[in-house]
Design a protein around this ligand. Structure first.
Ligand code: PBG
Length: 345
C-alpha cells in the first residue's frame, strides 16, 4: 500500500490547503464517493398483518404485509432513486423450536419474494437474510441442545435447517442468499444445497465477520428476535478480536462465498479496511446496523448534528474504509439527497 514520502530538506513547503479552497476543487480530488447503486436497503415483511406498521426504533421504516401493494411501492420508490438492491427479513406469525416458517414454501420471505417477482420481475436485486433467530421460540440463530456446559447451539444440526431455508429462498426467486447466523461451515452447506437443487446461479453474501454487538437493539425489536436465554457470544465474534476476521473471511471465500461482509460498520471501520486490504478481489459489504442508524437519528433530533450531513459523513467513512456495498437503513434518504446534488463536504 501507499508509503509515506518524507520531504527532503530544501523541498518547497507543501500547501495541501490549495486543493481545499473551493467545493469544486474538493470534489475534484475526493477519493471516496457514494452512488445509490452501492446501497442495499433492508426490508421487513411480517406475516399476518394487513397494513404496514411502524418498525419500532427504526424511524421511517415499516414492517410490510408480504403480498402488499405498499411493499411493492416502497421497493419501486427506492429503485426510482437508484437503489437497486434489497435485503429481505421476515417475521413469522408462529415461532417454533426449529424456525420452520423460515423454510416454509409460503413463509413471509418466500411469499414476499414471489410477489415482488410477479410485480417487478427481476429488475430489483433481492437478497434474503438466512437465519432463524426471528423464527424460533428461543430467539437463537441455531438449534439449542443440552451439552456438558448446559444449553448450547448445535452447529451441524443448524446447518441442516439452513440448507432447507436456502433452497426455499432460491425457489422463491432470491438473487443472493445472505447467511447471518455465524455457524461454522454455513457457506459450504448452503452452496452444496443450492447446487444440488440446480441453483448454481444463486449467489452467497456471507456475514463473515459479524460481531456480538450491542448495536443490534432496534433490529431485534423490529424482528422480535432477541435471545430468550443467554446471548449470541458463542457464535458471533468477540469485539476484541481482529485477525480472527481474516480466518472467517478466508473460510467463507474458500467455501464459495461471492460477497463477504463486516458487521457492524461504523464501530468496525478498521475491520472493513483490514478485510479489503487482505482480500482486495472479494466484493465487500458492510452492514451499517440498526443501532448505528438510531444514533444518527437521535443526534439529529437532539440537535447534536445536522442529520443529513452526519448521515453522509457516516456512509462516506464506510466507503472510504473499503466497503463496496453498504447495507443501510439510510439508503432511500441518502439516494434522494445524492440525486438532488446534496453535498455537505
Ligand atoms: C441475526 C441478525 C442480526 C442482524 C441482522 N441479522 C443481529 C442479531 O440479532 O444478532 C442485525 C441487523 C441490525 O442491527 O440492523 N441473524
Amino acid at each position: 500500500m501507499a508509503r509515506l514520502i518524507v520531504a527532503t530538506p530544501g523541498f518547497p513547503r507543501d500547501r495541501p490547503r490549495r486543493l481545499r479552497a473551493s467545493r469544486a476543487l474538493r470534489d475534484l480530488v475526493a477519493e471516496a464517493r457514494l452512488d445509490p447503486s452501492m446501497l442495499m436497503l433492508p426490508v421487513f415483511v411480517r406475516e399476518g398483518i394487513t397494513r404496514p406498521e411502524d418498525a419500532p426504533g427504526l424511524e421511517g421504516h415499516k414492517r410490510y404485509p408480504p403480498e402488499s401493494r405498499e411493499l411493492v411501492e416502497f421497493i419501486q420508490e427506492a429503485m426510482d432513486l437508484g437503489v437497486k438492491s434489497f435485503l429481505l427479513f421476515g417475521i413469522p406469525s408462529v415461532k417454533d423450536e426449529t424456525g420452520s416458517r423460515a423454510y416454509a414454501r409460503d413463509g413471509p420471505v418466500q411469499a414476499a419474494l414471489r410477489h415482488i417477482r410477479r410485480e417487478l420481475g427481476w429488475e430489483p436485486v433481492v437478497a434474503t437474510d438466512l437465519c432463524i433467530c426471528g423464527y424460533t421460540s428461543h430467539g437463537h440463530c441455531g438449534i439449542p441442545r443440552q451439552g456438558r456446559r448446559g444449553a448450547y447451539i448445535d452447529n451441524d444440526e443448524t446447518l441442516k435447517v439452513y440448507r432447507r431455508i436456502a433452497v426455499s429462498q432460491a425457489e422463491a426467486g432470491a438473487d443472493i442468499i445472505a447467511p447471518s447466523g455465524m455457524m461454522d461451515g454455513q457457506v459450504a452447506a448452503i452452496r452444496e444445497a443450492l447446487d444440488g437443487e440446480g441453483f448454481s446461479d444463486v449467489a452467497i453474501m456471507a456475514y463473515s465477520a459479524k460481531y456480538a454487538s450491542s448495536f443490534y437493539g432496534p433490529f431485534r425489536s423490529v424482528m422480535d428476535s432477541a435471545p430468550r436465554f443467554g446471548d449470541r457470544r458463542s457464535y458471533q465474534m468477540d469485539p476484541r478480536r481482529r485477525l480472527e476476521a481474516l480466518r472467517e473471511v478466508y473460510n467463507d471465500l474458500a467455501e464459495g462465498a461471492d460477497i463477504v461482509m463486516v458487521k457492524p460498520a461504523l464501530a468496525y471501520l478498521d475491520m472493513i479496511s483490514l478485510v479489503k486490504e487482505s482480500f482486495p478481489y472479494a466484493p465487500l459489504a458492510a452492514y451499517n446496523v440498526s443501532g448505528e442508524y438510531a444514533l444518527v437519528k437521535l443526534a439529529a433530533r437532539e440537535g447534536i448534528a445536522e442529520g443529513a450531513a452526519l448521515m453522509m459523513e457516516v456512509l462516506t467513512a464506510i466507503r472510504r474504509a473499503g466497503a463496496d456495498i453498504i447495507i443501510t437503513y439510510h439508503a432511500v434518504e441518502a439516494a434522494r439527497l445524492l440525486r438532488e446534488g446534496f453535498n455537505p463536504f
